[in-house]
Design a protein around this ligand. Structure first.
Ligand code: FRU
Length: 357
């Protein structure tokens, strides 16, 4: 009985310590005791994410006052939620998160932010405004630029296969809606679309189905370069690669850009990782400066014509209207919100009740 009572007392004390105060800070910003930047990466199996982590590690290495530590959720949302909680309990000085999907990661990010940790969301968005800074390129504008470029290349007519990124992540949604806007008013038609979840093997499989069903395919639009490459391999295996053009997004030097140089892809649109900007902004925040809520990164594109000159900016090529315009993906995105509520229910949390400040 006595030990039961002391166990309760201990639990209460621990509860008070954990629940009560803001988390202790990890470092003090000196080379001997650096500030800790915790980076929650949703998945490291793709080259683009390996590049993002490398950009963060390289940028942090140039700042002896910070140290970056990494966790890889291996494309598992629940594991990523857990990683974020671990970083919060550890009391990292800044948290970076590149979330797998918007809805289920909203809540743990909001809790980290409310615990007083500056949180920077990278590349894929979460819902609401419970984070310090978002850094990423404008996926709606990129999607729109892809659409306009394809319209120019094809004279505005033809059949398109669209291999979409994970549609519970905001880049997948925005690259799709932006693209539809880009081909608006043309005779281009999306005859087949599938969610390849950002994965090359899945894209290849979906392309095999598209090839089996459609004798006339003029364009493949992959939401990332692995998808466009997977589709190319499927078309080549079917002896049909020469009948169509292949367009992807990311343009890593050793991936999409190289595919363009090799004539595998007809175009690749750059999707900067934001890793360096994230560290620079984290350092500013740690030095007590105010960070902007949104940092929108510009994007280039590469084709056989311009790849030797290191690509062209989308504005330069007239593929987006107004440089400096408000980023188009700041508006509330209804399908994402609905998805948020649905998945929120599934994982047993009431997102509608999330405290806002
Ligand atoms: C990597 C990736 C990139 C894509 C980005 C979108 O996981 O699929 O290819 O551009 O995520 O968030």
């Amino acid at each position: 009985m006595k030990s039961f009572r002391s166990a309760i007392l201990l639990a209460l004390l621990v509860g008070l310590c954990i629940g009560g105060a803001a988390p202790a800070r990890a470092g003090s910003g000196t080379p001997e005791d650096p500030w800790i930047i915790g980076m929650s990466q949703c998945n490291l199996a793709e080259p683009w994410r390996a590049q993002m982590n490398k950009d963060i590690a390289d940028a942090a290495a140039a700042h002896p006052e910070v140290r970056a530590i990494f966790k890889d959720a291996q494309n598992d949302t629940l594991v990523q939620r857990q990683h974020i909680e671990e970083f919060v309990n550890q009391g990292v000085d800044v948290l970076l998160v590149s979330p797998k999907e918007a809805v289920p990661l909203t809540e743990p990010v909001a809790r980290a932010y409310q615990a007083g940790i500056p949180v920077m969301v990278l590349d894929r968005r979460i819902m609401g405004d419970q984070y310090t800074t978002f850094i990423g390129a404008d996926n709606k504008l990129i999607g729109q630029a892809v659409g306009r470029w394809i319209a120019r290349q094809t004279g505005g007519t033809g059949n398109i296969v669209e291999l979409k990124g994970l549609m519970t992540s905001t880049p997948g949604q925005d690259r799709h809606s932006g693209f539809l806007k880009g081909i608006e008013g043309t005779d281009l038609k999306v005859i087949f679309e599938a969610d390849m979840e950002w994965l090359e093997p899945k894209a290849r499989q979906e392309m095999e189905s598209a090839l089996a069903r459609f004798p006339d395919i003029d364009v493949v639009y992959g939401h990332n370069d692995p998808a466009a490459h997977g589709a190319y391999l499927a078309a080549r295996a079917a002896g049909r690669a020469d009948e169509m053009i292949f367009v992807g997004i990311d343009a890593l030097p050793h991936e999409g850009k190289r595919y363009v140089e090799e004539g595998i892809l007809d175009a690749s649109f750059e999707y900067p990782t934001g890793g360096r900007e994230a560290v620079a902004t984290a350092v500013e925040i740690l030095l007590g400066k105010e960070a902007p809520k949104e940092i929108v990164l510009p994007s280039r594109f590469f084709t056989a014509d311009n790849v030797k000159d290191n690509g062209l900016w989308l504005e330069e090529a007239g593929l987006i209207d107004m440089p400096g315009e408000e980023p188009s993906n700041l508006e509330p995105n209804q399908p994402v919100i609905e998805e948020r509520l649905r998945i929120g229910e599934e994982v047993g949390e009431d997102i509608k009740e999330l405290p806002t400040d």
